[in-house]
Ligand binder design. Sequence first.
Ligand SMILES: *Cc1c(COP(=O)(O)O)cnc(C)c1O
Length: 384
Amino acid sequence: MPRSYNLFTPGPVSVRTEVLQALALPARHHRTAEFEALWVDLGRRLADVFRTGDPVAILSGSGTAAMEAAVANLFSASDRVLVPVAGRFARRWVEICKAFDVDAVALPLKYGESPSADDVSSALGKDHSIRGILLVHCETSTGSLTDLESIARAVRDAEAAAGHPIFTCSDSITSLAIDPLETDAWGLDAVVSASQKGLLSPPGLALVVLSKRAREALDGIRQRRYYFDLRRYLGTPHPPFTPAVPLCLGLDRSLDLVLGVGLEKIWKANAASASALRTLFEIAGFVPVARRQAGGAVAFWVGEVRADAIFETLREEHGVLIARGQDDLEGKILRVSAIGKGRGEILLFVRAFAETLAKVGRPIDEARAIEAAGNLLEGTRIWE
Ligand SMILES: *Cc1c(COP(=O)(O)O)cnc(C)c1O
């Protein structure tokens, strides 16, 4: 058995006991009225979480499967799409496009930045052949939040000049049920997510919502797709293939938790926990990476301190797992997430982090850190 850690990683997140218990329920057959009722109910409640009246496709796979499905279903080979790139997950959009011969035009940004509506307007203004924009709502590699609402508005404005729809697609894998997300009100055409982040479930379910006009485009797309052909999943009450039944049972319980607390309260609590973590790192003299902070991941530059020393001390002496920098950010940043954590657990993390810093030769005022974090977490008590 691999050792289990207290996960302060931006997904997967620690899974609560009631969800774990649901995973262990006796097998259900998916071609039964009982399971199909559950399947339909999951879709309906997920739509509430996405804030949409459109159907939600539930796929077996990790989040990347949902990203791949969005590209393979909405863009034909040689279609051009715009991808603002400020981190690893935007680069993943570009790689998926390559795999499907979709022509991704990258809009490069610095780490920690997120695209602005002006950046997007001017890129779309210069190239009227662009048929989609692929965004990352929370760029988990840096903790930056993208202003989806104003970008989606800029895209709508650019459509008139282009003379054809430009689909706004969002990787909302680490924003769904974490930061405010309004699929319908913001006019998003494709939103993808997964089970192992804000939905507090184990990994293995991938989710896709398509707007009405995006669904209407599906038949006209020339692209290879079979298992992830979204026409098989959308608007039918029957799962097209054997679903990951235990994960569906777990998700059912997770949705009870999430909808029981309420999205607005969750959004507020995540904003508070991210600002508590940011404050902790600032007290320790570290510079946060993100200009516009997401609720689901806080990254900071380690400067002269060895990232591995912090990472390993937290893991070995406190049983706490955080995330390291990826690709060329390896060794330069560390990333922490409080998704699904209550106030008490976050304060325990603050203590563990302060002890870790003392150990690696960079002591901080622990009492001040606890007080500052505690104040920021006041009034947002969830997941206790
Ligand atoms: C976690 C995450 C993914 C995850 O993809 P997996 O295939 O589930 O590993 C993708 N995009 C973002 C922004 C993420 O945070």
